[in-house]
Design a protein around this ligand. Structure first.
Ligand SMILES: Cc1cc2nc3c(=O)[nH]c(=O)nc-3n(C[C@H](O)[C@H](O)[C@H](O)COP(=O)(O)OP(=O)(O)OC[C@H]3O[C@@H](n4cnc5c(N)ncnc54)[C@H](O)[C@@H]3O)c2cc1C
Length: 413
């Protein structure tokens, strides 16, 4: 495989204060929140040093180092059972952890597919041998995962995927192409959806395989994005031999597993995103108060105020929706179309916020990270460009609207 980034974790500083186990055992949610906040803040400051709060903290090398530090300290498997090394935290407590993480503007994790999708899927559908083999290195962040679902001819219509896995003795021979595979350029393993029985139609005949990206026949080609970064990829499988024991949940059962996997994180998935959005909105208001605009301050301009009011209301609505989803998930109801509504509103609100920032914060916010005069080291421009992807990833806005129309409103197809 082509691996453009191999992160060897540097030694992490020792962490003062209570340990992770003592924090997760705190009886009260408010104490837990305060202790998580304190732990994360100290740990991030210690690890980042002079780079704390700077763009360097969001670069791949530091992200890997920070995530290794967190996992090796014990902040992983938060919702997993104890017998598999997890912390068995309730959903609201997991949400508190993720909210505090987002409030600190800590670097986004790299191994989110491993921790959020692969681990929970193996806990539910994996064989005992798969759990023993894959869960311990995942908990310690020693193996990074990516997710090979989308193909050039299969995105929204995922069931039309054509990557083939043919059983040959103790192996599957895997051939085909995946695309937009986030983090494949840094990943060790890929959670692949492949067609094992073409005679069955569409959702039938699909299986999940765990594929070692170092196997002969795997090629990973990073795709350069509009932001200049290249963290999603094309992945080619050219007659790759995948051991039969890496099949998850039985042959031709992949569609159900993929759908279950998609639901795992829904309860906590958006809580940190809304906190980040709120923090960006607050920063925007502060900057708008200091920005001259048509003879006054931008924040006082009637049209800006109108946009801002709408953003504030939408962020508030998002918070309430996420609380409701968490509440439902805690009482055992999986999120239905509400999850799609939150994804839609979050991605479109975030785009509107960044559009407004570009319009009114002055031409210098359009400068990129390479320009020394760029405010926030160019992150306004980078985030503006990145938000273009948010209405596509994890289901496009059109698909979200279809789901809401059909499943929540009961409209005809
Ligand atoms: C940042 C990013 C990261 C990603 N990471 C991964 C990853 O790690 N692994 C992975 O497997 N995939 C990943 N994807 C791929 C993502 O899941 C697909 O891009 C997405 O599902 C859309 O598929 P597509 O790009 O093929 O577009 P298409 O499905 O071809 O859609 C093209 C357009 O047609 C519209 N459209 C399609 N069908 C309908 C319909 N029925 N009704 C109305 N409109 C419709 C769509 O909304 C869109 O506007 C990522 C994408 C992005 C942007």
């Amino acid at each position: 495989m082509t691996c453009v980034e191999t992160a060897a974790p540097d030694a992490a500083p020792a962490h003062p204060g209570p340990g992770v186990q003592a924090i997760v055992e705190l009886p009260d949610d408010a104490q837990f929140r305060a202790a998580v906040r304190d732990w994360l803040d100290r740990a991030l400051r210690a690890l980042a040093g002079a780079d704390f709060g700077r763009a360097a903290m969001h670069e791949m090398r530091f992200r890997r180092r920070w995530e290794d530090h967190l996992c090796q300290a014990g902040w992983s498997g938060l919702g997993w059972p104890r017998r598999h090394g997890g912390k068995e935290l309730s959903l609201p407590r997991q949400a508190i952890f993720h909210e505090e993480y987002a409030r600190l503007q800590a670097p986004l994790p790299v191994n989110m597919i491993g921790h959020g999708i692969v681990g929970p899927t193996l806990l539910l559908y994996g064989s005992e041998e798969q759990k023993q083999r894959f869960l311990p290195p995942l908990l310690l962040n020693r193996e990074v995962w990516c997710q090979g679902y989308s193909e050039p001819g299969a995105g929204s219509d995922l069931a039309s995927l054509t990557t083939r896995a043919v059983r040959a003795d103790r192996f599957y021979r895997l051939s085909g192409q995946k695309i937009w595979t986030s983090f494949a350029n840094v990943a060790d393993w890929c959670f692949v959806l492949a067609r094992t029985d073409p005679a069955q139609k569409r959702h039938g005949g699909i299986s999940v395989l765990l594929v070692d990206l170092r196997s002969p026949g795997v090629t990973v080609r990073p795709i350069r994005q509009i932001t200049g970064e290249a963290d999603y990829n094309e992945v080619f499988f050219d007659d790759v031999r995948v051991p039969a024991e890496n099949l998850v949940g039985g042959e031709n059962n992949g569609w159900g597993i993929a759908m279950a996997a998609a639901g795992f994180e829904r309860g906590t998935y958006f809580a940190p995103r809304i906190v980040r959005l709120q923090a960006e909105l607050e920063e925007f208001v502060r900057l708008a108060a200091a920005t001259p605009f048509e003879g006054g301050r931008a924040v006082d301009h009637p049209s800006v105020r109108e946009h801002l009011a709408r953003l504030v209301v939408d962020v508030h609505a998002l918070r309430l929706n996420v609380q409701e989803i968490l509440h439902q998930a805690t009482s055992g109801t999986p999120p239905g179309a509400e999850g799609s509504a939150v994804k839609l509103l979050w991605s479109e609100t975030h785009q509107r916020l960044l559009d407004l920032a570009m319009d009114i914060l002055g031409p210098h916010v359009q400068l990129g990270p390479q320009e020394p005069a760029a405010p926030r080291e160019g992150r306004w421009q980078r985030d503006y460009l990145w938000t273009r992807a948010e209405t596509i990833l994890a289901g496009t806005s059109e698909i979200m609207r279809n789901i809401i129309a059909e499943r929540a409103l009961g409209l005809p197809r």
